[in-house]
Every structure is written in C-alpha cells, then in structure tokens.
Design a protein around this ligand. Structure first.
Ligand code: NAI
Ligand code: MG
Length: 484
C-alpha cells in the first residue's frame, strides 16, 4: 500500500444528510389541467428508490385525462400565442426566479424520488433548470431577430414526454423554449419520477401563469402514447429510449405533426497519451458515474491510447475506491441509488453478459444498502468491440474500457456504434482536438472536460440518438413555424 492510500484510508465521513423536512408532500396528487387539480380515476404509488419507501399516490393518466389536458392547452393557445412577447418573457423570468428561490425544496424532492445524490440535484439539476428558463425568457421578444425574414409563429400545442434521469431539468428543456415561442404545453413526466413535475405546478401558480398554458398529466407509457396520438397535439418532443422513440416516429408518420427525438447514447471518451492524466481520470469518473450513469450522453466507452492504458486503469481503479455510495440525501454521497427495480435488472443483465463474453470486471469494495436499488461503480477491461457492453446502452455506473494506437483507430472505434450523441477528447494538442471533433459522429464533442451543459449550447444526436436540438437558438426552431 502506498503512503497516499494509507492517508486516504484515515478519512471517515460522518453522515451529513440534507433535511427532508423542507419538502411538504401531499398524500395524493392529481393531474394539473387548466390550472386546476383534476382527480385521477386510476392511481399508483411513487417511491423513493433508495429505500423503497412509498412517497405519494399519483395519477395514472387515461386517454380521457390526456384529452382534458390537450383541450385546456388548445383553449389557452390563442391568448398565450398572441400575448405580447415581452409579457411572455416576464412569466418565464418569474418561473426562473421561483425555481431559484425554491431550489432547496426541489433538490431534496428530486433526490428523494429519483435517487440522485443531493450534491448533483443541488449543484447541477436545479441551477441548470433555472438557467434554461432565464435563457429562453431572453429570446421570447427577440424571435424576429433570431430568425430574420421568416415571420416566426408558434405551432400550437406541444405534447412533451420526458424521462426519469433528470426530471426537472428535462421538464425545463422542454417547457422553456415551447413557452418562449408562444406554444402551450401538455407534459408527461416519467412514471418513476413525477414529483418534481407536480411540485412545478405550484411554481406555475405562484408565477400566475394563465391557466391551461402548461398542463401536466402523470402516468406510464400508455399515458405517453395517448398524448402522442391525440389529434389536438401539433408537436411532439420526446426524450427517452431509442425503442420508444422509433415507435413514436412510426405512429406520427404521415400525420403532419412535428417531432424531435432525444434518445440513447454510447459515448466514447477518448484519452490520448499526451493528456493531463489526473484531470482525465476525474473527467472519466464524472463522465460515467455522474447520476449513476443514468445519462444519455454518459462517457460509457473509455478509449485509452495503448501506451498509457495500464497506468490510466490503475489510477481509475484507485479513484473508484474513494467514491462514496449511499443515501442520496447525504451531502457527501457521490453515487446514489439506481432509479428503479426495472433499471437495476437491466444493468445486472448487461453486466452479466459482459462477464460471460469474457471481459474482466472490477468493482471497488463497497457495501450496498440492504433496501432500495443499488449498483456498485464498475469498470470492465479486456472488452472487445463486439461485446454487448461495448455496443448497448447500459444506463448505469458501468464503464467499458477499450484501447487504440493511432488517432485514426480511435475515430473508427469511437464511431463504431449505432448512436451518436456525445464524445470526449483528452489531449494537450489543440490541433488534435479539432481533428478529432471534425471526425467524431456525435452531436456534442467535449474537449478536456465532460458532461458540461449550458442553455446557450445546442444538444442532440445523430443516427439512433435521435434528431432535433435542444438548447440555444437551435432549440427554439422546432417550436416555431418559419417562412411563409
Ligand atoms: P422509456 O423510453 O420507456 O421512457 C421514457 C418516457 O417515455 C417515460 O416518460 C415513459 O413513460 C414514456 N413512454 C414509454 N412508452 C411510451 C410510448 N409507447 N409512447 C409514449 N411514451 C412512452 O425508457 P425506460 O423504459 O424508462 O428506460 C429504458 C432504457 O431507455 C434505459 O435503460 C436507457 O437505456 C434508455 N433511456 C434513455 C434516456 C435518455 O435520456 N436518452 C432516458 C431514459 C431511458
Ligand atoms: Mg420503457
């Protein structure tokens, strides 16, 4: 054992939980339709994945509930769409401010219902959610300048379906540009993480947003399908699995409804031998263990240049040993709970396939809590490109390590996937960064960093990662009719 490791071992962390008391949960929640709470006909229980504790009863939206919500959005559209753009902007600014003011409540709720570490919901999800509303508030009255000579007009009602990995942040990515452009919205959160979307309805009331401009219907894929198919919806925006994305695209073919899809990924994080290796190791860890790897743009395939592979893997394993797994509400926690039993089963199945196919598994020593859904941070070495763990999206804290010799080989391996959402490059050479960025088939290429987000920068994929962009001006265009 090195001296450094001995020092590291002396650190003990006392529990430092964020108080739950700040959030007032109701026993039951309805659907938010036309500014009122609609009593659901069917309900289910939403839980805390870290303890399996029941948190609240929420509605399982039926076709009738979706119909009521789309009706409310249609009714609100003529007024909202015709409102002076600077007035629309005021509401968005107000929402952004309230998100900031209530960020502690929302961060606790996000960690409770989704399982992510509080330091991530507090320092990443919430600030970015507010930033998206601030950013799009700024564009609401400048659409004529953003899209000159194209008479930008809203589309009508947007049906928006979001996943469970960044519930409130995905809500913000969807709702902020839709409203800035003058559309009204029906949004369906994921079935495992409805609570921050429902809390957001109180934010809307506090902001005095006119009734019907935003409607929230909870429920599972059946509710989502009813929303996609509703004839009163003009545009569908979806973030989730490639499988469901393809299904939605088939359903909408020939209907004239607009569609954007943000689907899965299998990003390559490419590390060259001239990089600052310790920084790269931090970037690799952030790339795949952030949010338990429940990240569509996660750097799940690590491509190491052969000359530094051994050293890099050794550093990485040592770093993994210092990650603290446990209570999502503890401020010291690095790795929280897996979002659901279903997602845990998927991760376990893929990890077992990696072992069967011949990859070598490493997991640091860590005790998994008895209750709830947990998976230890995992690294696979000896991975061949053909293995399922190198091809399929695992969406968990599992990294597959491959090696390369030349930049050409790195590009070829990086692009050898059905996806194309993001990629990372680690090198001291600026020219190499540009050379790589030109050749990597990915919507986002990070250089000497990973998982960096800003509302001004567009995000989206190639190939089976979907189409359309969110963020920036690019993110407004899909919510606008442009041209004659
Ligand atoms: P999913 O695609 O089934 O769920 C995402 C959203 O779509 C949820 O709100 C869900 O209720 C809704 N939905 C499901 N079926 C629908 C349908 N037929 N029509 C309309 N909406 C529907 O994803 P799931 O099952 O939760 O996760 C499976 C895998 O998908 C994950 O393991 C991961 O690999 C990937 N995924 C990718 C995400 C991303 O950010 N790109 C987010 C979530 C999952
Ligand atoms: Mg599904």
């Amino acid at each position: 054992m090195t001296e450094l490791e001995q020092v590291g071992e002396r650190w003990e962390y006392a529990p430092a939980p964020e108080s739950r008391e700040i959030v007032q949960l109701r026993e039951r929640y309805g659907h938010y339709v036309g500014g009122e709470w609609l009593t659901p006909t069917e309900t289910y229980t939403t839980i805390a994945p870290s303890t399996e504790e029941a948190l609240a009863e929420v509605g399982q939206g039926t076709a009738a509930d979706v119909d009521a919500a789309v009706g409310a959005a249609r009714e609100a559209f003529p007024v909202w769409g015709a409102l002076r753009p600077a007035e629309r902007a005021k509401y968005l600014f107000r929402i952004a401010r309230i998100l900031q003011e209530r960020s502690r409540e929302l961060a606790v709720l996000e960690s409770l219902n989704g399982g992510k570490p509080i330091k991530e919901s507090r320092d990443v999800d919430l600030p970015l959610a507010a930033a998206h509303f601030f950013y799009y508030a700024g564009w609401a009255d400048k659409l004529e300048y953003a899209f000159p000579n194209s008479n930008p007009r809203p589309l009508g009602v947007a049906g928006q379906i979001i996943p469970w990995n960044f519930p409130l942040l995905m809500l913000s990515w969807k709702i902020a540009p839709a409203l800035a452009a003058g559309n009204t919205v029906v949004l369906k959160p994921a079935e495992t993480t409805p609570l921050t979307s429902l809390f957001f309805c109180d934010v809307l009331r506090q902001a005095e947003l006119p009734p019907g401009v935003v409607n929230i219907v909870t429920g599972d894929g059946r509710t989502g399908a009813a929303l996609v198919e509703h004839p009163g919806v003009d545009k569908v925006a979806f973030t989730g699995s490639t499988e469901v994305g393809k299904e939605i695209q088939r359903r909408l073919a020939g209907t004239g409804k607009r569609l954007t899809l943000e689907l899965g990924g299998k990003a390559a994080n490419v590390v060259f031998d001239d990089c600052a290796l310790d920084q790269a190791v931090e970037g690799i860890v952030n790339g795949i263990y952030f949010n338990q790897g429940h990240v569509c743009c996660a750097g799940s395939r690590l491509l190491l240049q052969e000359s530094i592979a051994e050293q890099a893997v050794e550093k990485l394993k040592r770093r993994l040993g210092t990650l603290r797994l446990g209570d999502p509400l503890d401020k010291n926690t690095d790795v929280g709970a897996i979002n659901s039993a279903q997602q845990l089963a998927k991760i376990q199945e893929l990890v077992a396939s990696g072992q069967e196919e011949g990859a070598e598994i490493f997991q640091p020593e860590c005790r998994l809590p008895e209750k709830g859904y947990w998976f230890a941070p995992t690294v696979f070495t000896n991975v061949a490109q053909s293995y399922r763990i190198a091809q399929e999206e695992i969406f968990g804290p599992v990294l597959s390590v491959l090696t390369f010799r030349t930049p050409e080989e790195a590009v070829e391996k990086a692009n050898n996937t059905a996806y194309g959402l993001s990629a990372g490059v680690w090198t001291e050479k600026g020219s190499r960064i540009l050379w790589m960025a030109e050749r990597l088939r990915a919507g986002v290429v990070w250089a000497n960093t990973f998982n960096r987000f800003d509302p001004a920068s567009p995000f989206g994929g190639y190939k089976e990662s979907g189409f359309g962009r969110e963020g920036g001006l690019h993110g407004l265009a899909p919510y606008l009719e442009l041209g004659e």
